[in-house]
Design a protein around this ligand. Structure first.
Ligand code: ATP
Ligand code: MG
Length: 351
């Protein structure tokens, strides 16, 4: 048996789990979308397609990328329930590493991690999250990883750890980190190279799911009911005409669907920019992370016109948090961590 245990850094977001680990000194990342439904799937027709049928207690779940019955994970309670346990185990199984005992680092939204009134750690929430992830789960006709140790970290801020260190900031520089995820908008202000965190903010009403919901509604009106996953894919590939016409059945409504999506993206950008301005009027730098970063970039640039290239869209923004946590907690030095754009469906690996 191997004595070296792999340590995984996992940003278990409400819509996608991002998982990073070090493989021979190179950082690797996988993005695994959350799309589970109740009950089991029958064996796949094609032998190379693996079926993931899970059981927690007496409840059966399956991974189903395209089901429009996929269970909703876009709420804060997700952090402590069956679906979170499922999504973390499912992501671990997408790494291609043989299941065994593992230590994991996971994340909680800033506002769950800290008490709102005194900015102290919310030990109760942290313990709840740990306990949830140590629960038993089984995979039909397969093995799952055994989670032996769980460490919990706050979301968002660690995403810019190495970026800040390499960026030549002085001890007074105020950097605003904006994390636009699937369900929540998280922000924090970092002073210097992490000398201090001077403010945190979380809003569970603003996230890419605003756009996803609008896209699903528009799709349904165009005779094309779609899962969260398909709707998200459509948002990402909205400029790819061929893909768009694959997804939309009623082609006479194609432009109308796209317009609904663009309008909602503008609405999301305006909402994020407004909240950011209210939270921090004049930061010295802004870093954009999270899967929604690209959608809000132009709205943020408009809201802070004088910052110019001090507004940075972090590379591979969706995976930035798991990647940085992984580098930061690495036992061995990471040489030349390279990240390529991830291919989105159904689980993508980048190295
Ligand atoms: N290039 C892109 N263009 C548009 N949307 C994208 C892109 N990449 C990812 N997304 C969307 O971003 C969202 C996921 O972002 P992210 O993984 O940061 O969220 P999360 O961590 O699951 O959510 P939260 O942080 O709110 O719990 C999904 O809706 C996904 O479709
Ligand atoms: Mg997130």
């Amino acid at each position: 048996m191997s004595t070296t245990q792999v340590k995984f850094a996992i940003d278990d977001g409400s819509t996608n789990v991002k998982i990073s680990w070090i493989d021979n000194g190179v950082i690797r990342s996988v993005t695994s979308p959350n799309s589970f439904r109740k009950d089991w799937k029958s064996a796949a027709l094609l032998s190379d397609k693996k079926v993931f049928n899970y059981q927690i207690g007496t409840t059966k779940y399956t991974y189903d990328a395209t089901s429009d019955k996929a269970l909703s994970t876009t709420h804060v309670a997700f952090q402590y329930d069956d679906l979170n346990l499922l999504s973390v185990h499912h992501a671990l199984l997408q790494t291609g590493i043989k299941p065994g005992p593992v230590s994991i680092l996971v994340t909680l939204p800033i506002t769950e991690y800290y008490n709102a009134d005194d900015c102290q750690k919310n030990e109760e929430n942290i313990a709840r999250k740990k306990a949830n992830l140590m629960r038993k789960i089984s995979l039909n006709k397969g093995d799952v990883f055994e989670i032996v140790d769980v460490e919990v970290l706050p979301e968002s801020l660690p995403a810019v750890l190495t970026t800040l260190v390499d960026s030549g900031v002085n001890e007074y520089t105020k950097s605003l980190v904006i994390d636009c995820g699937g369900t929540t908008l998280d922000m924090g202000v970092i002073v210097g190279e992490f000398e201090d965190v001077s403010g945190v903010y979380g809003n569970a009403e603003i996230g890419v799911s605003m756009v996803t919901n609008a896209a699903r509604k528009a799709l349904a009106a165009a005779d094309s009911d779609a899962s969260y996953l398909v709707a998200n894919e459509l948002i990402k590939r909205r400029h790819d005409r061929e893909f768009v016409s694959e997804v939309i059945n009623d082609l006479s409504k194609l432009d109308w669907v796209l317009e609904r999506i663009e309008n909602k993206i503008d609405e999301l950008g305006a909402a994020v920019a407004y909240e950011a301005k209210t939270f921090t009027r004049n930061p010295n730098r802004i870093y954009l992370v999270g899967g929604g970063a690209m959608l809000i970039e132009s709205a943020i640039r408009e809201a802070y016109p004088s910052l110019g290239d001090k507004i940075v869209l972090v590379k591979s923004p969706q995976e930035a948090l798991s990647r940085e946590i992984c580098c930061y907690h690495a036992a061995e030095p990471v040489t030349n961590p390279q990240v390529h754009e991830a291919d989105p469906t159904p689980a993508s690996v980048s190295a």
